[in-house]
Design a protein around this ligand. Structure first.
Ligand code: 13P
Length: 250
């Protein structure tokens, strides 16, 4: 059985002070993550604080991006080497906001995934169609292309890589697909992954909240959630971890 994976993507929120407040709240609650894998990806400048703070809580720390070179004249970029040195475990690659606002392409995503894996970082590769692509009946084609061009041919396994299906129109909008429609896309992604498909965890992301997470993660091919806005609140985040534990644990 695939272990559920719950990730928080803080995007460009929570500097040092807010990260430290979140950590304190988590520690007060004395949480247990037994049976579930959990990570939070803060912005780069809060990562060190989060790594020290989450020690012993069962929550790992991720990054939201990296660059595919180890070092050099790439102003403003951060390498996998630096992240690994800090103690980062996960990295989110190819998030739709990076594709939309920073021009990331499937080819660039692939280079980043390769580098992250080479440096022993665990990867969450994000895929998902826009509203327009869905309305045009192209959702499956787009997502399959993102998997094909961003991932196929790379060596990975179930411990080192997960996929997040995040329909762009569901991110930050409060709109979600029907869980059965999300399940259908997860199953398509699994088939596209080929031999490895059965082992790889595929998370759902897009307006996941305390009140709807169960509807998604009880679907057969949905192995967790990548949570944005609702992961900013420590109490809610812990509640979602607990829901996951009840569903598929131990
Ligand atoms: P929301 O949960 O805020 O919709 O964001 C989802 C997301 O982009 C996670 O990566």
């Amino acid at each position: 059985m695939r272990k559920l994976l719950i990730g928080g993507n803080w995007k460009m929120t929570k500097g040092l002070k807010e990260t430290s407040e979140f950590v304190s709240r988590i520690k007060d609650k004395k949480i247990s993550t037994e049976g579930v894998d959990v990570f939070i990806s803060p912005p780069f400048t809060s990562i060190a604080e989060a790594i020290v703070g989450f020690k012993g809580t069962g929550i790992s720390v991720g990054a939201q991006n990296l660059f595919w070179e180890d070092e050099g004249a790439y102003t403003g970029e951060i390498s996998a080497v630096f992240l690994k040195e800090l103690g980062v475990e996960w990295v989110i690659i190819g998030h739709s906001e990076r594709r939309t606002y920073f021009g990331e392409t499937n080819a660039g995503v692939k280079k980043k995934v390769e580098k992250a894996l080479q440096k022993q970082l665990k990867v969450v590769i994000c895929v998902g169609e826009t509203e327009e692509e869905r309305e045009d009946g192209r959702a499956k084609e787009i997502v399959e292309k993102q998997i094909e061009e961003g991932l196929l041919g790379i060596e990975y396994d179930a411990d080192t890589l997960a996929v997040a299906y995040e329909p762009v129109w569901a991110i930050g909008t409060g709109k979600t697909p029907h869980p059965e429609d999300a399940e259908e896309m997860h199953s398509i992604i699994r088939q596209k992954l080929g031999d490895k498909g059965e082992e790889i965890r595929i998370m759902y992301g897009g307006s996941v909240k305390v009140h709807n997470i169960k509807d998604f993660i009880t679907q057969e091919d949905i192995d967790g959630a990548l949570i944005g806005g609702a992961a900013l609140d420590a109490d809610g985040f812990v509640e979602m971890i607990n829901i996951a534990k009840e569903i598929r644990c131990c």
